[in-house]
Design a binder for this molecule. Structure first.
Ligand SMILES: Cc1cc2nc3c(=O)[nH]c(=O)nc-3n(C[C@H](O)[C@H](O)[C@H](O)COP(=O)(O)O)c2cc1C
Length: 351
């Protein structure tokens, strides 16, 4: 599919999607990107239905352009006492160091998968695009989204996942390469050795499916967009490129890490949530090792870590907080979301 046909599908002028980034941006970013001619996204993984409604209302007031609403489609975790105990043992020395009490055990996570409540809010707004990470929701929920008239897209990190998504009837597939910041979207297998870089993954997915493919992971400027489109992508989805924009809602420590020399050193870590995600390497990742077998299932790991994160933030250090970023973070600039969008789009020859 050409970029023109894909832009028609999305309803945007430019073949660029601003990646949804839960905890790092909200409606301001989405509005700025939509008004610049690309597809702005609202990440909902960390929003209650009420907060989601308020954000969507702001988007509708701020732009008349189409937008994307994004959800995590993970299954609810099964609490495992053994892993929780092992996780607490690993973190104990940090609680001692900061003089903090360990929090009570919680069996529910902070991140909500897409469900009836979210579908109900969507029905009031009928967004043009709905995207999912970690697969797709149950068929009945997915059907509910389709009935609202939304185009459905989801991330694939392997050819098998792309084929599976196509069989479920998605309108587009986001090929998420290993360079990408934030959570890996894998859902068919948890074997990280199956994960590939964008330029290996993208052409393989393009050859394997008939639906349009969106390149994600490491695309931060016009050169990356041009290369992705040359490899058969119909559009790109960029996240890290937008993190330093004034419209981003990241902490001062995250901003500082993104602009320092450490931004060149990222790694996949499961310490912050229980699922592998790419972050700039910080103290806890260096000391415990970025991937640890004792970490509770997604998203439960975050519960016990929460007081350490909060205290770290209060002290102005990023020792215990995720610093989500892709491998190309050090190339990013502190310019407006509209400028980032137009700079990316300059890599696309619009047919
Ligand atoms: C800070 C951050 C948060 C993210 N949160 C989400 C999210 O909530 N939902 C989602 O589908 N993808 C999320 N992602 C992944 C992006 O969709 C996308 O795959 C990634 O940003 C592309 O790679 P790049 O960061 O190199 O541009 C996040 C990425 C970052 C950097």
């Amino acid at each position: 599919m050409s970029t023109a046909a894909f832009r028609e599908l999305l309803g945007t002028q430019l073949p660029v999607i601003q990646a949804p980034m839960a905890g790092a941006q909200g409606s301001e970013m989405a509005i700025a990107v939509c008004n610049a001619g690309a597809l702005g996204s609202l990440p909902c993984a960390l929003l209650s239905p009420e907060a989601m409604r308020a954000e969507l209302k702001k988007i509708c007031e701020g732009t008349a352009q189409p937008y994307n609403v994004n959800f995590f489609a993970h299954r609810r975790p099964v609490f495992d006492e053994f892993r929780e105990t092992a996780w607490r043992a690993l973190l104990r020395r940090y609680f001692h160091e900061l003089g903090l009490a360990e929090p009570a055990v919680r069996r529910e996570g902070e991140r909500e998968p897409f469900g009836e409540a979210q579908l109900e809010v969507l029905s009031q707004f009928r967004p043009r695009v709905v995207s999912f990470h970690f697969g797709l929701p149950e068929p009945a929920l997915l059907e509910g989204v389709r009935k609202l008239g939304a185009r459905v897209i989801s991330s694939a990190t392997t050819v098998d996942e792309a084929r599976w998504l196509e069989q479920q009837g998605v309108d587009g597939i986001i090929a998420q390469g290993l360079e990408a910041g934030g959570h890996r979207g894998h859902f068919l297998s948890h074997d990280l050795t199956l994960q590939m870089g964008t330029f290996a993954l993208l052409p393989q997915i393009v050859s394997a499916v008939r639906v349009p493919v969106i390149a994600a992971g490491g695309v931060v400027d016009a050169r990356g967009v041009k290369a992705a489109l040359d490899l058969g992508a119909a559009a790109v989805q960029s996240g890290t490129a937008y993190l330093l924009c004034p419209e981003a809602r990241i902490s001062a420590q995250h901003r500082q890490a993104l602009t320092g020399p450490g931004a060149r050193h990222t790694a996949l870590t499961n310490l912050f949530t229980g699922r592998p995600a790419r972050s700039i390497v910080n103290r806890i990742m260096s000391e415990l090792g970025p991937l640890h077998a004792s970490v509770p299932e997604f998203p439960l790991a975050g519960n016990t870590l929460a007081p350490l994160r909060a205290e770290g933030s209060r002290l102005g250090v990023s020792d215990f907080s995720p610093l989500w970023a892709g491998q190309n973070a050090s190339v990013c600039q502190s310019v407006s979301a509209a400028e980032v969008t137009l700079a990316l789009a300059a890599g696309a020859i619009l047919d």
